[in-house]
Design a binder for this molecule. Structure first.
Ligand SMILES: *Cc1c(COP(=O)(O)O)cnc(C)c1O
Length: 385
């Protein structure tokens, strides 16, 4: 079989001339940092997801940092989160002085369940951070029930879940949720994030903390910047999103449904063709009512049958001009966390099993069905030889 001429990246943002023009317009306007485009982005985000309040930020990581701060998470507190997540969450928990408590995941959806979480609840549990994975939603109803009776907060990591629905409602509508607009996510603002909550006091606090702790009022949100008289109400950070980026977010949000439809079509094509490849197993889609946003297309390699390691498999694909991703190496298998937390192997069996086998195949709206065929044909070639 002949090799692809052009490298197929694992992800590529969809940027149009109209996106570029919109950014250019902000650049020419005389106001390029946080201002009216941020306010518009937040309003449109609330309208789209159904959340009550939203704050645009420089990243999802910034949002998680501010959320931990606002909830006063610190020394002596335990935060339950999967080890199968992006490492930023765990870094922030550790930096806050609190203790991360890793919960295992369902072997075939890579998501936490209420049953798994329950085993880790203690008198010190203050917060649960479930991660919606690859575009599918966590089964939140039983998780909410667990937390409610115990006065435990929930922050949903929704970095993969813009447009994802759970029982007919968009992620973001319930609970406090944090979205990411990093370039590989379903929509991008270059870099950026959105903090969403229906707790408006919390939303106001995040709005303060993202900009030095300066007080804001309703008027400020509709004008460019804050009044020069604004006072520091508590020490804060500088995690605001410039309007240059917010306008790109607005542009992309208008196309999110199209992006997700295209992703879904490509994912269905992958699933169909994967029936020809015994050595690869896609993730299972949840049995409960949901709408998938297909952020990632993850397969698990049968390392015993194929006699290939995950790394070899990814390297072989790269040699054949096909990019892949790894979402994620389990956090407790990262050097620092191995040395400091010393979690014995076998405690998080499904996390570890997947950590050694997962691979994200190329998936982005600008891809074609022929590209999907190329990926599958190339994989079949690699596994044959
Ligand atoms: C991308 C990602 C983040 C971090 O998002 P940033 O905007 O890059 O800070 C957090 N959690 C998960 C699961 C992610 O995939």
């Amino acid at each position: 079989m002949s090799m692809r001429k052009e490298f197929l990246p694992f992800s590529r943002p969809s940027i149009t001339e109209a996106d570029i023009a919109a950014v250019g317009e902000v650049l020419r306007s005389g106001w390029i940092t946080t201002g009216s485009k941020n306010a518009q982005f937040e309003e449109k985000f609330c309208k789209y997801t159904g959340c009550t309040g939203a704050v645009a930020l420089s990243s999802a990581t910034a949002g998680m940092h501010l959320a931990l701060k606002a909830l006063k998470i610190g020394k002596g507190d335990e935060v339950i989160t999967p080890s199968m997540t992006w490492v930023s969450t765990v870094n922030l928990i550790v930096l806050s002085g609190a203790t991360p408590v890793f919960v295992d995941i369902d072997r075939d959806t890579l998501m936490v369940t209420a049953d798994l979480i329950q085993e880790h609840l203690s008198a010190n549990t203050r917060l649960i951070i479930p991660v919606h994975f690859a575009g599918a939603p966590v089964d939140m109803a039983p998780v909410r029930k667990l937390a409610q009776g115990r006065n435990i907060a929930i922050i949903e990591d929704a970095a993969h879940a813009i447009g994802t629905e759970y029982h007919g409602e968009k992620i973001g509508k319930n609970d406090t949720s944090i979205f990411s607009f990093h370039p590989i996510k379903n929509i991008t603002s270059g870099e950026g994030g959105m903090f969403c909550s229906d707790d408006l006091d919390l939303v106001d606090q995040i709005r303060r903390l993202k900009f030095h702790g300066l007080g804001v009022d309703a008027f400020d949100r509709r004008t460019q910047g804050r009044s020069p008289q604004a006072q520091v109400l508590e020490p804060g950070f500088k995690y605001n999103l410039p309007d240059i980026l917010a306008v790109l977010g607005i542009q992309q949000l208008a196309r999110v449904e199209d992006f997700n439809d295209k992703r879904t079509q490509l994912a269905m094509h992958y699933r169909e063709r994967l029936t020809e490849v015994e050595e690869l197993r896609p993730l299972a889609v949840p049995a409960y009512s949901h709408k998938h946003s297909w952020h990632l297309f993850i397969v698990r390699l049968d390392i015993e049958k194929s006699k290939l390691s995950q790394n070899d498999f990814m390297e072989e694909l790269k040699k054949k001009n096909i990019g892949t991703g790894l979402h994620f190496r389990a956090v407790h298998r990262q050097k620092y966390y191995m040395e400091t937390m010393k979690i014995p192997s076998g405690i998080l069996p499904n996390t570890e099993w997947n950590s050694e086998r997962i691979c994200s195949l190329p998936l982005f709206p600008g891809m074609t069905h022929e590209d999907v065929d190329d990926v599958i044909d190339t994989i079949k070639d690699i596994l044959k030889s």
